[in-house]
Design a protein around this ligand. Structure first.
Ligand code: B1M
Length: 209
C-alpha cells in the first residue's frame, strides 16, 4: 500500500493519495512509515525527475498539491506521535524581489523532504531572516530572480554576521541569475540550480542522509 501511496504522489493523484493515507491509518500502519515510505519517498522521486528534466513545473506543483492534501490528513497523527521534523528551515525571496514561483517550489520540496519550513514570503528584509535564525532555523534559503536583487543576498549574510548568528545557520542561495561562483563570492554555504537539488544541498549541509 505504501508503494501505491508513493506512486500516487509521483502521479499527483491527490484523491488517491488522501484515500490511501486514510486506509493506511485505519490499518494501523505507523505514521512514520506512511510519511517516510509513502509521501516523502514519492516527493524524492519527483525531485529527482525534476532535476533530470523528466518532470516540469506543472508536474511538481500537482505532486506537491497531492502531498499537501495527504499531509493535512496525517498532520494530527504526526502531532500525536510526536514525530520531529528532520530540520527547521526558513526560505524567502530577498528584498525588492517579488518572484515567488521558484521559491515556492523549493519550499514544497523541502516540506516533502520532511523539513519544517518557515516561508517568509517575498520582498523579505534582512531582519526577517535574522528573526528566523533566532527562532531556530538551522538553514536559510534565499531566492532572487533579478540581477538587481542578488546583492540583497549578501546583505542578509552580512546582517547575520553582525548579529553573531552566521555560524549558527547554513545558507543556500538560488534563482535563475544566481551561480555557484556568486555563492562563493558572497560567502553562502551552498547554491542549488533547481528545487530538487535544493533538497540534496540542504541535506548535505545539515548532515542528513
Ligand atoms: Co519577472 N523577470 N520581472 N516577473 N519574470 C524575469 C526573472 C526576467 C528574466 C524576464 C526577462 O526579462 N526575460 C527578468 C529579469 C532580468 C534580470 O534581472 N536578469 C524579469 C524582470 C525584469 C521583471 C520586472 C523588473 C519587470 C518589470 O516590471 N519591468 C518585474 C520585477 C518585479 C520585482 O520583483 N520587483 C518582474 C515581475 C514579474 C511578475 C510579477 C510579472 C512575475 C512574477 C510572478 C510570481 O513570481 N508570482 C514575473 C515572472 C513570472 C517572470 C518569469 C517570466 C518567470 C519566472 C519564474 O517563475 N520561472 C521570468 C523569465 C524567465 O525566467 N523565463 C522573469 C519559473 C520558476 C520555476 O523558475 O524562479 O528560476 P525560477 O526557480 C527555479 C530555479 O531558479 C531555482 O529553483 C526553481 C525551480 O527549479 N530556485 C532556487 C529559485 N529559487 C531558489 C532558491 C534556492 C534554490 C533554488 O535555494 C534557496
Amino acid at each position: 500500500m505504501l508503494d501505491e501511496l508513493k506512486e500516487s504522489i509521483i502521479r499527483g493523484d491527490a484523491k488517491k493519495a488522501t484515500e490511501l493515507v486514510k486506509k493506511a491509518l485505519a490499518e494501523n500502519i505507523s505514521v512514520e512509515e506512511i510519511l517516510n515510505e509513502g509521501l516523502i519517498a514519492g516527493m524524492n522521486v519527483v525531485g529527482t525527475k525534476f532535476k533530470n528534466n523528466e518532470f516540469y513545473v506543472p508536474e511538481v506543483l500537482i505532486a506537491a498539491r497531492a502531498m499537501n492534501q495527504a499531509m493535512a490528513i496525517l498532520q494530527p497523527e504526526i502531532a500525536k506521535a510526536g514525530i520531529k521534523a528532520q530540520a527547521k528551515v526558513a526560505i524567502g525571496t530577498v528584498k525588492g524581489d517579488l518572484h515567488d514561483i521558484g521559491k515556492n517550489l523549493v519550499a514544497m520540496m523541502w516540506k516533502g523532504a520532511g523539513f519544517e519550513v518557515m516561508d517568509l514570503g517575498i520582498d523579505v528584509l534582512e531582519d526577517k531572516f535574522v528573526e528566523a535564525a533566532k527562532n531556530g532555523a538551522q538553514l536559510i534559503g534565499l531566492s532572487a530572480l533579478l540581477t538587481t536583487t542578488m546583492p540583497a543576498m549578501k546583505d542578509v549574510i552580512e546582517k547575520l554576521k553582525a548579529e553573531g548568528l552566521r555560524d549558527k545557520v547554513k545558507i543556500i542561495i538560488g534563482g535563475a541569475p544566481v551561480t555557484q561562483a556568486y555563492a562563493d563570492e558572497i560567502g553562502a554555504d551552498g547554491y542549488a540550480p533547481d528545487a530538487g537539488s535544493a533538497v540534496d544541498k540542504a541535506k548535505e549541509l545539515l548532515g542528513i542522509k
